[in-house]
Write a protein that binds this ligand. Structure first.
Ligand code: AMP
Length: 502
Protein backbone atom coordinates (compact mmCIF):
# COMPACT_ATOMS: atom_id res chain seq x y z
CA UNK A 1 0.00 0.00 0.00
CA UNK A 2 1.44 3.42 -0.83
CA UNK A 3 1.09 6.49 1.31
CA UNK A 4 2.45 9.35 -0.75
CA UNK A 5 3.55 11.66 2.05
CA UNK A 6 4.81 8.97 4.41
CA UNK A 7 6.78 7.25 1.65
CA UNK A 8 8.47 10.52 0.66
CA UNK A 9 9.17 12.01 4.10
CA UNK A 10 9.41 9.28 6.71
CA UNK A 11 10.02 5.86 5.08
CA UNK A 12 13.50 6.90 3.83
CA UNK A 13 14.65 7.27 7.47
CA UNK A 14 14.65 3.45 7.78
CA UNK A 15 18.09 2.11 8.58
CA UNK A 16 19.64 5.57 8.80
CA UNK A 17 22.16 5.55 11.64
CA UNK A 18 23.25 9.15 11.25
CA UNK A 19 21.56 11.83 13.38
CA UNK A 20 18.23 13.16 12.16
CA UNK A 21 17.43 15.33 15.21
CA UNK A 22 20.25 17.01 17.14
CA UNK A 23 18.98 18.43 20.42
CA UNK A 24 20.03 21.43 22.47
CA UNK A 25 21.84 19.29 25.06
CA UNK A 26 24.06 17.76 22.37
CA UNK A 27 22.26 14.41 22.27
CA UNK A 28 20.79 13.17 19.02
CA UNK A 29 18.28 10.79 17.56
CA UNK A 30 19.17 8.79 14.46
CA UNK A 31 16.86 8.67 11.48
CA UNK A 32 16.06 5.02 12.20
CA UNK A 33 15.35 5.68 15.90
CA UNK A 34 13.00 8.53 14.97
CA UNK A 35 11.17 6.36 12.43
CA UNK A 36 10.71 3.67 15.05
CA UNK A 37 9.29 6.30 17.42
CA UNK A 38 6.85 7.33 14.68
CA UNK A 39 5.82 3.70 14.07
CA UNK A 40 5.33 2.97 17.77
CA UNK A 41 3.21 6.09 18.20
CA UNK A 42 1.17 5.27 15.10
CA UNK A 43 0.47 1.77 16.40
CA UNK A 44 -0.39 3.20 19.82
CA UNK A 45 -2.78 5.76 18.32
CA UNK A 46 -4.38 3.11 16.11
CA UNK A 47 -4.92 1.12 19.32
CA UNK A 48 -6.82 4.14 20.69
CA UNK A 49 -9.12 4.04 17.67
CA UNK A 50 -7.46 6.63 15.39
CA UNK A 51 -8.07 5.68 11.76
CA UNK A 52 -7.79 7.23 8.31
CA UNK A 53 -9.70 10.51 8.04
CA UNK A 54 -9.97 11.00 11.83
CA UNK A 55 -8.58 14.20 13.27
CA UNK A 56 -5.69 14.13 15.74
CA UNK A 57 -5.55 17.41 17.69
CA UNK A 58 -2.27 18.18 19.42
CA UNK A 59 -1.28 20.97 21.82
CA UNK A 60 2.14 20.01 23.14
CA UNK A 61 5.57 21.54 23.66
CA UNK A 62 8.00 21.13 20.78
CA UNK A 63 10.02 17.93 21.17
CA UNK A 64 11.05 14.92 19.05
CA UNK A 65 7.94 13.13 20.30
CA UNK A 66 5.75 16.03 19.15
CA UNK A 67 7.24 15.84 15.66
CA UNK A 68 6.78 12.07 15.72
CA UNK A 69 3.04 12.61 16.32
CA UNK A 70 2.92 14.37 12.95
CA UNK A 71 4.62 11.35 11.34
CA UNK A 72 2.25 8.98 13.12
CA UNK A 73 -0.78 10.90 11.84
CA UNK A 74 0.59 10.77 8.30
CA UNK A 75 1.23 7.02 8.63
CA UNK A 76 -2.38 6.40 9.65
CA UNK A 77 -3.85 8.79 7.09
CA UNK A 78 -5.26 10.81 10.00
CA UNK A 79 -5.63 14.59 9.80
CA UNK A 80 -2.99 16.33 11.93
CA UNK A 81 -4.24 19.37 13.81
CA UNK A 82 -1.49 21.17 15.72
CA UNK A 83 -2.53 23.95 18.09
CA UNK A 84 -0.58 26.93 19.35
CA UNK A 85 0.70 26.10 22.84
CA UNK A 86 -0.42 29.54 24.02
CA UNK A 87 -4.13 28.82 23.42
CA UNK A 88 -6.26 28.80 26.57
CA UNK A 89 -8.78 26.09 27.47
CA UNK A 90 -11.61 28.28 26.10
CA UNK A 91 -9.81 28.63 22.77
CA UNK A 92 -9.03 24.91 22.63
CA UNK A 93 -12.73 24.30 23.24
CA UNK A 94 -13.52 26.13 20.01
CA UNK A 95 -10.98 24.14 17.98
CA UNK A 96 -12.11 20.78 19.32
CA UNK A 97 -15.74 21.75 18.74
CA UNK A 98 -14.99 22.77 15.17
CA UNK A 99 -12.71 19.89 14.20
CA UNK A 100 -14.26 17.09 16.34
CA UNK A 101 -11.02 15.11 16.67
CA UNK A 102 -11.11 11.50 17.85
CA UNK A 103 -8.01 12.06 20.00
CA UNK A 104 -6.51 15.12 21.64
CA UNK A 105 -2.93 15.10 22.94
CA UNK A 106 -1.85 17.75 25.45
CA UNK A 107 0.94 18.39 27.96
CA UNK A 108 0.47 16.55 31.24
CA UNK A 109 0.38 19.75 33.26
CA UNK A 110 -2.63 20.97 31.30
CA UNK A 111 -4.51 17.67 31.36
CA UNK A 112 -6.69 18.50 34.35
CA UNK A 113 -7.84 21.79 32.84
CA UNK A 114 -8.38 20.32 29.37
CA UNK A 115 -10.06 17.04 30.35
CA UNK A 116 -13.58 18.56 30.53
CA UNK A 117 -12.97 20.34 27.21
CA UNK A 118 -11.96 17.09 25.52
CA UNK A 119 -14.88 15.33 27.12
CA UNK A 120 -17.43 17.89 26.00
CA UNK A 121 -16.25 17.56 22.41
CA UNK A 122 -16.11 13.77 22.33
CA UNK A 123 -12.30 13.51 22.09
CA UNK A 124 -10.22 11.06 24.10
CA UNK A 125 -7.47 12.91 25.99
CA UNK A 126 -3.86 11.63 26.05
CA UNK A 127 -0.72 13.33 27.33
CA UNK A 128 2.75 13.90 25.97
CA UNK A 129 5.27 15.94 27.93
CA UNK A 130 8.24 17.92 26.66
CA UNK A 131 10.61 15.35 28.22
CA UNK A 132 9.01 12.55 26.19
CA UNK A 133 7.01 11.03 29.06
CA UNK A 134 3.21 10.73 29.24
CA UNK A 135 0.40 8.47 28.00
CA UNK A 136 1.71 8.49 24.43
CA UNK A 137 5.15 7.29 25.58
CA UNK A 138 3.62 4.61 27.81
CA UNK A 139 1.40 3.27 25.05
CA UNK A 140 4.16 3.55 22.43
CA UNK A 141 6.58 1.56 24.60
CA UNK A 142 4.25 -1.43 24.31
CA UNK A 143 3.61 -1.04 20.58
CA UNK A 144 5.50 -2.55 17.63
CA UNK A 145 8.17 -0.38 16.00
CA UNK A 146 7.13 -1.16 12.43
CA UNK A 147 4.03 0.11 10.68
CA UNK A 148 2.30 -0.54 7.40
CA UNK A 149 1.03 2.93 6.51
CA UNK A 150 -2.58 3.46 5.46
CA UNK A 151 -2.97 3.91 1.72
CA UNK A 152 -3.13 7.62 0.87
CA UNK A 153 -2.82 9.68 -2.28
CA UNK A 154 -2.52 13.31 -3.30
CA UNK A 155 -6.14 14.17 -2.51
CA UNK A 156 -6.25 12.69 0.98
CA UNK A 157 -6.31 15.22 3.80
CA UNK A 158 -3.11 15.43 5.85
CA UNK A 159 -3.63 18.43 8.12
CA UNK A 160 -5.94 21.15 9.32
CA UNK A 161 -3.95 24.24 10.14
CA UNK A 162 -5.99 26.91 11.84
CA UNK A 163 -5.40 30.47 10.72
CA UNK A 164 -4.25 32.80 13.45
CA UNK A 165 -7.61 34.61 13.30
CA UNK A 166 -6.81 38.19 14.33
CA UNK A 167 -10.13 39.16 12.71
CA UNK A 168 -12.97 36.82 13.50
CA UNK A 169 -12.69 33.16 14.34
CA UNK A 170 -9.84 30.92 13.29
CA UNK A 171 -10.57 28.81 10.24
CA UNK A 172 -9.24 25.30 9.66
CA UNK A 173 -7.36 25.25 6.36
CA UNK A 174 -7.66 21.76 4.87
CA UNK A 175 -4.35 20.65 3.38
CA UNK A 176 -3.87 17.43 1.43
CA UNK A 177 -0.87 15.17 1.11
CA UNK A 178 -0.49 16.56 -2.41
CA UNK A 179 -0.48 20.16 -1.15
CA UNK A 180 2.29 19.45 1.34
CA UNK A 181 4.47 17.25 -0.81
CA UNK A 182 4.35 19.42 -3.92
CA UNK A 183 5.43 22.48 -1.93
CA UNK A 184 8.19 20.64 -0.05
CA UNK A 185 9.54 19.32 -3.36
CA UNK A 186 9.64 22.76 -4.94
CA UNK A 187 11.36 24.30 -1.89
CA UNK A 188 14.00 21.56 -1.69
CA UNK A 189 14.90 22.22 -5.33
CA UNK A 190 14.67 26.02 -5.21
CA UNK A 191 16.71 26.33 -2.03
CA UNK A 192 19.13 23.48 -2.96
CA UNK A 193 18.57 21.35 0.15
CA UNK A 194 20.44 18.01 0.19
CA UNK A 195 21.20 15.22 2.63
CA UNK A 196 24.28 17.19 3.68
CA UNK A 197 22.20 20.00 5.18
CA UNK A 198 21.77 20.57 8.88
CA UNK A 199 18.88 22.94 9.46
CA UNK A 200 18.85 25.10 12.58
CA UNK A 201 15.22 24.72 13.68
CA UNK A 202 14.11 27.10 16.45
CA UNK A 203 10.57 27.73 15.12
CA UNK A 204 7.38 26.39 16.71
CA UNK A 205 5.93 23.30 15.01
CA UNK A 206 2.25 24.25 15.35
CA UNK A 207 2.60 26.70 12.45
CA UNK A 208 3.18 26.13 8.73
CA UNK A 209 6.66 27.70 8.87
CA UNK A 210 8.20 25.32 11.40
CA UNK A 211 6.09 22.27 10.64
CA UNK A 212 5.80 22.21 6.87
CA UNK A 213 8.39 24.57 5.44
CA UNK A 214 11.22 23.64 7.79
CA UNK A 215 10.49 20.05 8.83
CA UNK A 216 9.14 18.78 5.51
CA UNK A 217 12.04 20.29 3.56
CA UNK A 218 14.54 18.69 5.90
CA UNK A 219 12.77 15.31 5.83
CA UNK A 220 12.37 15.29 2.05
CA UNK A 221 15.99 16.19 1.41
CA UNK A 222 17.29 13.56 3.83
CA UNK A 223 19.09 16.15 5.95
CA UNK A 224 19.28 16.68 9.71
CA UNK A 225 17.85 19.31 12.04
CA UNK A 226 19.18 20.99 15.15
CA UNK A 227 15.82 20.86 16.87
CA UNK A 228 15.44 23.48 19.60
CA UNK A 229 12.37 23.95 21.83
CA UNK A 230 12.29 27.67 21.06
CA UNK A 231 14.39 30.61 19.96
CA UNK A 232 17.20 31.68 22.27
CA UNK A 233 19.76 33.91 20.56
CA UNK A 234 22.73 32.72 22.65
CA UNK A 235 21.86 29.05 22.08
CA UNK A 236 21.35 29.60 18.36
CA UNK A 237 24.75 31.33 18.12
CA UNK A 238 26.39 28.51 20.08
CA UNK A 239 24.94 25.81 17.83
CA UNK A 240 25.25 27.61 14.53
CA UNK A 241 28.71 26.17 13.77
CA UNK A 242 27.06 22.75 13.45
CA UNK A 243 24.42 23.99 10.96
CA UNK A 244 24.38 24.77 7.24
CA UNK A 245 21.00 26.53 6.99
CA UNK A 246 18.53 28.43 9.14
CA UNK A 247 14.89 29.34 8.63
CA UNK A 248 13.47 32.06 10.83
CA UNK A 249 11.01 34.87 11.29
CA UNK A 250 12.39 38.43 11.04
CA UNK A 251 12.67 38.79 14.83
CA UNK A 252 15.24 35.94 14.87
CA UNK A 253 17.42 38.04 12.61
CA UNK A 254 17.00 41.31 14.50
CA UNK A 255 17.76 39.59 17.80
CA UNK A 256 20.83 37.85 16.42
CA UNK A 257 22.07 41.19 15.09
CA UNK A 258 22.08 42.41 18.72
CA UNK A 259 24.60 39.68 19.58
CA UNK A 260 28.22 40.74 19.06
CA UNK A 261 29.07 37.07 18.46
CA UNK A 262 27.37 37.35 15.06
CA UNK A 263 30.27 37.85 12.68
CA UNK A 264 31.39 36.87 9.23
CA UNK A 265 33.59 34.16 10.75
CA UNK A 266 30.75 32.75 12.89
CA UNK A 267 28.55 32.27 9.83
CA UNK A 268 31.24 31.43 7.26
CA UNK A 269 30.16 27.78 7.01
CA UNK A 270 26.41 28.60 6.59
CA UNK A 271 24.89 27.96 3.18
CA UNK A 272 21.66 29.92 3.47
CA UNK A 273 19.54 32.03 5.83
CA UNK A 274 15.82 32.12 4.97
CA UNK A 275 13.18 34.48 6.37
CA UNK A 276 9.40 34.63 6.22
CA UNK A 277 6.03 34.83 8.05
CA UNK A 278 6.36 38.61 8.42
CA UNK A 279 8.11 41.36 6.47
CA UNK A 280 11.87 41.56 6.86
CA UNK A 281 12.92 45.20 6.99
CA UNK A 282 15.31 46.14 4.20
CA UNK A 283 17.46 47.61 6.95
CA UNK A 284 17.71 44.20 8.65
CA UNK A 285 18.57 42.57 5.32
CA UNK A 286 21.35 45.11 4.73
CA UNK A 287 22.67 44.98 8.29
CA UNK A 288 22.82 41.17 8.10
CA UNK A 289 24.70 41.30 4.80
CA UNK A 290 27.17 43.83 6.19
CA UNK A 291 27.84 41.77 9.35
CA UNK A 292 27.89 38.25 7.88
CA UNK A 293 28.33 38.54 4.13
CA UNK A 294 25.08 36.56 3.66
CA UNK A 295 22.02 37.96 1.90
CA UNK A 296 18.94 36.64 3.69
CA UNK A 297 16.62 34.84 1.29
CA UNK A 298 13.08 36.11 1.91
CA UNK A 299 10.00 34.18 0.86
CA UNK A 300 6.24 34.59 1.22
CA UNK A 301 3.58 32.10 2.15
CA UNK A 302 0.62 31.47 4.38
CA UNK A 303 -1.28 28.80 6.25
CA UNK A 304 -3.70 28.19 3.37
CA UNK A 305 -1.14 27.93 0.60
CA UNK A 306 2.22 26.88 2.01
CA UNK A 307 4.85 28.91 0.16
CA UNK A 308 4.00 31.07 -2.84
CA UNK A 309 7.05 33.12 -3.77
CA UNK A 310 10.74 33.21 -3.04
CA UNK A 311 13.72 35.34 -3.80
CA UNK A 312 16.15 33.48 -6.06
CA UNK A 313 18.82 31.21 -4.58
CA UNK A 314 21.13 32.23 -7.40
CA UNK A 315 20.66 35.78 -8.55
CA UNK A 316 19.72 38.96 -6.76
CA UNK A 317 17.95 38.59 -3.40
CA UNK A 318 16.25 41.93 -3.33
CA UNK A 319 15.70 43.49 0.12
CA UNK A 320 12.11 44.41 0.91
CA UNK A 321 10.70 41.97 -1.67
CA UNK A 322 9.53 38.36 -1.58
CA UNK A 323 10.90 37.46 -5.00
CA UNK A 324 9.06 35.54 -7.70
CA UNK A 325 6.27 32.94 -7.78
CA UNK A 326 7.64 29.45 -7.12
CA UNK A 327 7.62 26.97 -10.01
CA UNK A 328 4.09 25.65 -10.49
CA UNK A 329 2.52 28.52 -8.49
CA UNK A 330 0.58 31.13 -10.45
CA UNK A 331 0.34 34.59 -8.91
CA UNK A 332 -1.72 37.54 -10.08
CA UNK A 333 -2.38 40.98 -8.66
CA UNK A 334 -5.85 42.35 -9.32
CA UNK A 335 -7.19 45.86 -9.00
CA UNK A 336 -10.63 46.97 -10.14
CA UNK A 337 -11.14 43.58 -11.76
CA UNK A 338 -8.03 43.73 -13.97
CA UNK A 339 -4.37 42.78 -13.62
CA UNK A 340 -2.36 45.55 -11.99
CA UNK A 341 0.42 47.21 -13.98
CA UNK A 342 4.00 47.13 -12.60
CA UNK A 343 4.25 49.25 -9.43
CA UNK A 344 0.44 49.31 -9.14
CA UNK A 345 -0.94 47.91 -5.88
CA UNK A 346 -3.68 45.28 -5.89
CA UNK A 347 -4.90 42.12 -4.19
CA UNK A 348 -2.63 39.10 -4.51
CA UNK A 349 -4.25 35.86 -5.69
CA UNK A 350 -2.48 32.52 -6.07
CA UNK A 351 -3.28 29.19 -7.69
CA UNK A 352 -1.39 25.93 -7.79
CA UNK A 353 -0.90 22.48 -6.28
CA UNK A 354 0.04 24.18 -3.00
CA UNK A 355 -3.37 25.81 -2.47
CA UNK A 356 -5.60 24.30 0.22
CA UNK A 357 -9.00 22.66 -0.29
CA UNK A 358 -11.10 25.12 1.69
CA UNK A 359 -11.97 25.84 5.31
CA UNK A 360 -13.26 22.90 7.33
CA UNK A 361 -17.02 23.21 7.76
CA UNK A 362 -17.09 26.84 6.61
CA UNK A 363 -18.43 26.68 3.06
CA UNK A 364 -19.35 30.38 3.06
CA UNK A 365 -15.85 31.49 4.07
CA UNK A 366 -14.40 29.10 1.51
CA UNK A 367 -16.57 30.59 -1.25
CA UNK A 368 -15.54 34.11 -0.27
CA UNK A 369 -11.83 33.40 -0.56
CA UNK A 370 -11.36 30.47 -2.91
CA UNK A 371 -12.68 30.98 -6.43
CA UNK A 372 -14.24 28.01 -8.26
CA UNK A 373 -11.38 28.06 -10.78
CA UNK A 374 -8.82 27.57 -8.02
CA UNK A 375 -7.57 31.13 -7.43
CA UNK A 376 -7.18 31.91 -3.73
CA UNK A 377 -7.73 35.51 -2.68
CA UNK A 378 -4.90 35.91 -0.18
CA UNK A 379 -6.02 39.08 1.58
CA UNK A 380 -2.53 40.50 1.00
CA UNK A 381 -2.00 43.68 -0.98
CA UNK A 382 1.07 43.75 -3.16
CA UNK A 383 2.71 44.89 -6.35
CA UNK A 384 5.32 43.76 -8.82
CA UNK A 385 8.25 46.05 -9.50
CA UNK A 386 9.62 46.65 -12.99
CA UNK A 387 11.78 43.51 -12.69
CA UNK A 388 8.90 41.31 -11.58
CA UNK A 389 9.87 41.04 -7.90
CA UNK A 390 6.75 40.83 -5.74
CA UNK A 391 6.43 43.31 -2.85
CA UNK A 392 3.93 42.78 -0.02
CA UNK A 393 2.30 46.07 0.89
CA UNK A 394 0.25 44.74 3.79
CA UNK A 395 -2.97 42.97 4.66
CA UNK A 396 -6.08 44.36 2.95
CA UNK A 397 -7.74 44.67 6.36
CA UNK A 398 -4.93 47.03 7.43
CA UNK A 399 -5.58 49.39 4.52
CA UNK A 400 -6.51 52.83 5.83
CA UNK A 401 -9.37 54.65 4.13
CA UNK A 402 -9.28 58.29 5.09
CA UNK A 403 -11.70 60.81 3.62
CA UNK A 404 -12.40 58.27 0.88
CA UNK A 405 -8.74 57.87 -0.11
CA UNK A 406 -6.76 54.64 0.25
CA UNK A 407 -3.52 54.78 2.18
CA UNK A 408 -1.21 51.74 2.13
CA UNK A 409 0.47 51.69 5.55
CA UNK A 410 3.66 50.25 4.10
CA UNK A 411 4.26 53.30 1.93
CA UNK A 412 4.17 55.55 4.98
CA UNK A 413 6.12 53.09 7.16
CA UNK A 414 8.97 52.92 4.65
CA UNK A 415 9.37 56.71 4.80
CA UNK A 416 9.11 56.84 8.58
CA UNK A 417 11.75 54.11 8.92
CA UNK A 418 14.18 56.27 6.94
CA UNK A 419 13.99 59.14 9.43
CA UNK A 420 17.15 59.20 11.57
CA UNK A 421 16.52 57.66 14.98
CA UNK A 422 13.52 55.56 13.86
CA UNK A 423 14.08 51.81 14.11
CA UNK A 424 10.68 50.74 12.83
CA UNK A 425 7.09 51.88 12.64
CA UNK A 426 3.52 50.70 12.28
CA UNK A 427 0.91 52.81 10.53
CA UNK A 428 -2.73 52.18 11.37
CA UNK A 429 -6.14 53.72 10.74
CA UNK A 430 -8.07 55.07 13.73
CA UNK A 431 -11.71 56.17 13.87
CA UNK A 432 -12.00 59.88 13.06
CA UNK A 433 -15.18 61.99 13.12
CA UNK A 434 -14.45 63.83 9.84
CA UNK A 435 -12.32 61.44 7.82
CA UNK A 436 -13.83 58.10 8.82
CA UNK A 437 -10.32 56.95 9.58
CA UNK A 438 -7.18 58.92 10.32
CA UNK A 439 -3.66 57.77 9.56
CA UNK A 440 -1.71 57.26 12.79
CA UNK A 441 1.93 56.25 13.31
CA UNK A 442 3.43 54.15 16.08
CA UNK A 443 7.18 54.70 16.20
CA UNK A 444 9.98 52.64 17.75
CA UNK A 445 13.26 54.51 18.30
CA UNK A 446 16.68 53.10 17.57
CA UNK A 447 18.61 52.12 20.68
CA UNK A 448 19.59 55.23 22.60
CA UNK A 449 17.75 57.64 20.28
CA UNK A 450 15.24 60.14 21.65
CA UNK A 451 12.37 60.66 19.23
CA UNK A 452 10.05 63.61 19.00
CA UNK A 453 6.95 62.28 17.21
CA UNK A 454 6.05 65.67 15.75
CA UNK A 455 9.56 66.14 14.37
CA UNK A 456 9.41 62.71 12.73
CA UNK A 457 6.09 63.58 11.07
CA UNK A 458 7.49 66.93 9.93
CA UNK A 459 10.49 65.11 8.40
CA UNK A 460 8.32 63.11 6.01
CA UNK A 461 5.65 65.74 5.36
CA UNK A 462 7.21 67.00 2.13
CA UNK A 463 7.37 63.49 0.68
CA UNK A 464 3.73 62.43 0.98
CA UNK A 465 0.39 63.70 -0.23
CA UNK A 466 -1.43 65.48 2.58
CA UNK A 467 -4.06 62.74 3.03
CA UNK A 468 -1.34 60.11 3.56
CA UNK A 469 0.45 62.05 6.27
CA UNK A 470 -0.16 60.69 9.77
CA UNK A 471 -2.40 62.96 11.83
CA UNK A 472 -0.68 61.85 14.98
CA UNK A 473 2.12 59.64 16.26
CA UNK A 474 3.35 58.01 19.45
CA UNK A 475 6.70 56.59 20.47
CA UNK A 476 6.77 53.11 22.05
CA UNK A 477 9.57 50.76 23.13
CA UNK A 478 8.51 47.93 20.84
CA UNK A 479 5.62 46.82 18.62
CA UNK A 480 3.29 44.02 19.79
CA UNK A 481 4.13 40.86 17.83
CA UNK A 482 2.72 37.33 17.84
CA UNK A 483 4.89 34.21 18.06
CA UNK A 484 5.55 34.33 14.32
CA UNK A 485 6.89 37.87 14.54
CA UNK A 486 3.85 39.50 12.94
CA UNK A 487 3.00 42.99 14.16
CA UNK A 488 -0.45 42.81 15.74
CA UNK A 489 -2.04 45.92 14.32
CA UNK A 490 -5.39 44.94 15.83
CA UNK A 491 -3.85 45.46 19.28
CA UNK A 492 -2.48 48.87 18.25
CA UNK A 493 -5.87 49.87 16.83
CA UNK A 494 -7.52 48.88 20.12
CA UNK A 495 -4.93 50.71 22.21
CA UNK A 496 -5.25 54.04 20.38
CA UNK A 497 -8.91 53.66 19.30
CA UNK A 498 -10.16 56.85 20.95
CA UNK A 499 -7.23 59.07 19.94
CA UNK A 500 -9.29 61.13 17.46
CA UNK A 501 -12.84 60.20 18.36
CA UNK A 502 -12.73 59.92 22.14
P1 AMP B 1 0.25 32.73 8.34
O1 AMP B 1 -0.97 32.16 7.73
O2 AMP B 1 0.22 32.81 9.82
O3 AMP B 1 1.49 32.03 7.85
O4 AMP B 1 0.35 34.24 7.85
C1 AMP B 1 0.43 34.52 6.49
C2 AMP B 1 0.60 35.97 6.27
O5 AMP B 1 1.87 36.43 6.74
C3 AMP B 1 0.59 36.34 4.81
O6 AMP B 1 -0.71 36.40 4.29
C4 AMP B 1 1.30 37.67 4.82
O7 AMP B 1 0.41 38.70 5.20
C5 AMP B 1 2.33 37.49 5.92
N1 AMP B 1 3.65 37.14 5.38
C6 AMP B 1 4.22 35.93 5.25
N2 AMP B 1 5.46 36.03 4.73
C7 AMP B 1 5.68 37.34 4.52
C8 AMP B 1 6.77 38.11 4.02
N3 AMP B 1 7.91 37.54 3.65
N4 AMP B 1 6.62 39.45 3.94
C9 AMP B 1 5.48 40.06 4.34
N5 AMP B 1 4.42 39.39 4.83
C10 AMP B 1 4.52 38.05 4.93
Amino acid sequence: MTNMLFDALFAPLAGRDSPFLILGDGSSLSGDAFLRMVARQANALAGQGLAKGDRLAVQVAKSPGALALYGAAVALGAVFLPLNTAYTAAEVDYFLGNATPRLFVCDGDKAAALAPVADRNGARLLTLNADGTGDIADLAALAPDRITPAGCGADDLAAFLYTSGTTGRSKGAMLTQGNLLSNAGVLVREWRFTAKDVLLHALPIFHTHGLFVASNVSLLSGGAMIFLPGFDAAQVMALMPKATAMMGVPTFYTRLLDDPALTRAATAHMRVFISGSAPLLAETHDAWAARTGHRILERYGMTETNMNTSNPYDGERRAGTVGFPLPGVELRILTEGREAAPEEVGMIEVRGPNVFQGYWQMPDKTREELRPDGWFITGDLGKRDADGYVHIVGRAKDLVITGGYNVYPKEVELLLDEVPGVLESAVIGLPHPDFGEAVFAVLVPQKGAALDPQAVLAAIAGRLAKFKQPKGAVVVDSLPRNTMGKVQKNILRDTYRTRFSG
